[in-house]
Each structure stands twice: as C-alpha cells, then as structure tokens.
Design a protein around this ligand. Structure first.
Ligand SMILES: [Zn+2]
Length: 394
C-alpha cells in the first residue's frame, strides 16, 4: 500500500481559505500552499492535467502502475480508468453536460483544445455537506409555470411551443427542445438584455414575495451578469440540495451545475465538458443543441446499497464504483482492483501486507492483491471514501 501526494485545482469557483474542505484536508497532512487562490478540487488519479505522485519521493503514480502491473486487477487496462476527487464549491460551476464515448471521440478530433480527451465522462457526486445543485430538466408543468411568470422572456419565445411543452403531438418536434434552444441561441444577442429587464423588475419587488426560482435568477445574475446560464439554470433545471451521503449519478448529455457545498466526485478518467452557461469559457451551443437529453424527470437521486459495514455506490458504468466506510467498518473488502482511499475525517489502521495508519487528509493506493485486510483502531469520527473499477470483486 502506498500513500499518495495529490494535486489541487485552484478553479475560481472553489471555496477560499479554511472554509474549503480541500484546503482543510491539505492542511491536515501539512501540505502548505503559499497562495490565496480558491481551493476547488483535490484530484486523486492519473489524469495528465493533475496526476498523483507517490509519497514521499514523488514518483508519478502513472509510472509506478506501469511498472507494477500486479497492483492492478485482471480487468483493469494497464492503469486507473477513473478519476476520484474532493470538491469544495464556493460559487456555481458552469452549466454543463458530458459527451458519450462516441461523441467524445469525434469532439476530441475536431476541437482538441476544447475537448482534451477521447473518453466519455459519466460522473457521480456524493454530498459531504449540504450540497446544492442544478440537475436534469424540471417537470413540464414547473417549466411552464416559471416561463409564464417571466413576461420579458416569454415575449421572445413562441408561446404555442411553450404551451406544448410536455405534450408530444408531433413526434418530430420536441417543444422543450425548441424553447430551450431558442433561449440558448440568444446567449450573445437577445438574452443579456432580457435578463437585465427581468432582474431590474425583480429587484424592485419585496424579497419575501419572490419565488425560489426568482431568487435564484437574482443570485446567479449577481455572479454571472447577463449570462444565458442564469435563465437556463433557474427556469429549466431542477434545483435541489443533497444531504450528507446522498448522491446523484450523471450519465451523458444530462445538463447540470453544482452550486454550493463539498462533495466526493468520481468519474471516468476524462476532462471533457460541454458548457452551456454560467461561465466566461467557451459555450458549445451547437454540440449541446444536437446532443442534450430532454427528459423532464424532476430531481433524481442515486440510491446506494447498504452492505452492513460499508455503503456501496455502484452506478451502471464500467469505470468506477465508490465505497463509504465509517466507524462501523471491519475490513477493507476485497474489490479485486487497485483502489484509492481518501480519509475525510478521523483515523484508522489497515492491517494489510504492510500496516498503515491513515488519518484525515491522507490518500492511499491499495493494490488489487490486498485481500480483505482488517481495519482496527477506528476513531468515532472516521469517514473514508474508496474508488475502484468494479467487475472483479470477491
Ligand atoms: Zn459535470
């Protein structure tokens, strides 16, 4: 078993200073940073944009695994196929979706600067604190109710189409797609002025009289003035908060944005993001229009399995599953694959081929060859997450 040194991403939406869990975890292992940038993400994996290294001498984990293939399970393709992260979200991330594998291959070939990988990016977020997000399309009635409360926007749309949202009278025309794309297409022309007029009106009203959607419009506009994501996010997408331990799984082409809180995230090893709004970065409107899933579902959470001494989050993807351990953990169950563990709270000792004591902030690579080592000396506040590639469990 090997402890790892894992890099930070200082994206601008990250939490600042000690309010960031990512910063707290780094400080707990005496990894000091001399800058005042936000601490957004801790990356635990081998992606070239933020590769982990072995503690203490700094060898790249990628090279180490290439030279120690016995560390991997038989079903693993020469390295880690997932990217494991801790996120501390201080302000909303871009509204985004991720491509399928087939779409990713094409996008990477046509626009390699925007799409750095030829891989898909299914992802799962597990809340560590209250975790607020936008995810998937609202139910049809909710979208229509919201749109009819925004006359400034409604007058720029086809009202017949708006009324038809949720009714598929013509199988070739999805009214939601028509209306949504009309808003998206106005991102640099009509929408900034419409957002301005909406916000001017809402700012003149009593705060107590505003709906949650209207409050969200004002909040998003303060951070990203005039950005089309203000309307897309508040009007069309489900807005909800996960409690600690609750999770969402995001398959391809589901629009989403994380707004606030800390979470564990796991995904296929890829950095491919198709952005729709709430960002100064490139918005790929044409790709979104062509690919997005327009299912109106309301909020959908992902249900983990209670395995008595651990909780298993295993979505239907080949690349990753995540296990949560707390003070009730007894063994590091045999997953038949290389795995990465991160300790969010407390400490414990793993009695494997080597005995390793892990405490808050530490990250460990456990090889596939470790078969169910005991976990002892567990503190009451122990909280640890572990990612691996499923398919070879015992
Ligand atoms: Zn995403």
């Amino acid at each position: 078993m090997q402890k790892l040194i894992c890099p930070i991403q200082h994206y601008l939406w990250g939490k600042e200073g000690d309010s960031s869990l990512v910063s707290q975890l780094k400080k707990a292992v005496n990894d000091q940073y001399e800058n005042n940038l936000p601490f957004a993400e801790l990356w635990m994996g081998t992606h070239p944009n933020g590769p982990a290294r072995l503690h203490p001498h700094g060898q790249l984990l990628t090279d180490y695994l290439a030279n120690n293939s016995l560390f991997l399970g038989k079903h693993e393709k020469g390295g880690l196929e997932f990217l494991f992260k801790v996120l501390s979200v201080g302000k909303p991330l871009s509204i985004q979706a991720h491509p399928t594998k087939e779409q990713a291959i094409v996008l990477h070939r046509i626009k390699p600067n925007e799409y750095p990988d030829d891989n898909h990016k299914p992802e799962m977020a597990i809340a560590l604190t209250d975790f607020e997000l936008l995810c998937g399309f609202k139910l049809a009635e909710d979208i229509k109710t919201t749109l009819f409360r925004l006359p400034e926007l409604l007058e720029a749309l086809d009202v017949v189409q708006v009324n038809s949202i949720g009714k598929f009278e013509n199988p070739d025309v999805d009214p939601l797609k028509k209306v949504f794309c009309a808003v998206l297409e106005g991102h640099s022309t009509t929408m900034p002025a419409i957002i301005r007029r909406i916000c001017d009106r809402l700012n003149g009203e009593e705060v107590a009289s505003l709906t949650d959607t209207e409050k969200l419009i004002l909040r998003l506009d303060k951070l990203y003035p005039g950005d089309v994501g203000v309307l897309i996010g508040a009007t069309f997408l489900n807005h909800f908060t996960l409690k600690q331990g609750e999770s969402v799984f995001l398959g391809p082409n589901v629009p989403h944005a994380y707004l606030d809180g800390d979470c564990i995230e796991c995904m296929a090893c890829s950095d491919n993001t198709i952005r729709a709004g709430l960002t100064p970065k490139y918005k790929d409107i044409e790709t979104l229009k062509a690919n997005l899933h327009y299912d109106m579902t309301g909020p959908i959470k992902f249900a983990p399995e209670d395995k008595k001494d651990h909780i298993l989050y295993k979505p239907r993807v080949k690349e990753f599953a995540v296990i949560k351990y707390d003070k009730n953990a007894k063994v590091l169950n045999n997953v038949g694959a290389a795995s990465i563990l991160v300790v969010i709270g407390g400490s414990a000792t793993i009695m494997g081929s080597t005995e390793v004591t892990l405490s808050r902030g530490e990250v460990l690579l456990a090889p596939a060859t470790e078969s169910s080592p005991k976990i002892t000396d567990i503190s009451d506040d122990f909280l640890c997450y572990r990612a691996y590639k499923p398919g070879n469990e015992n």
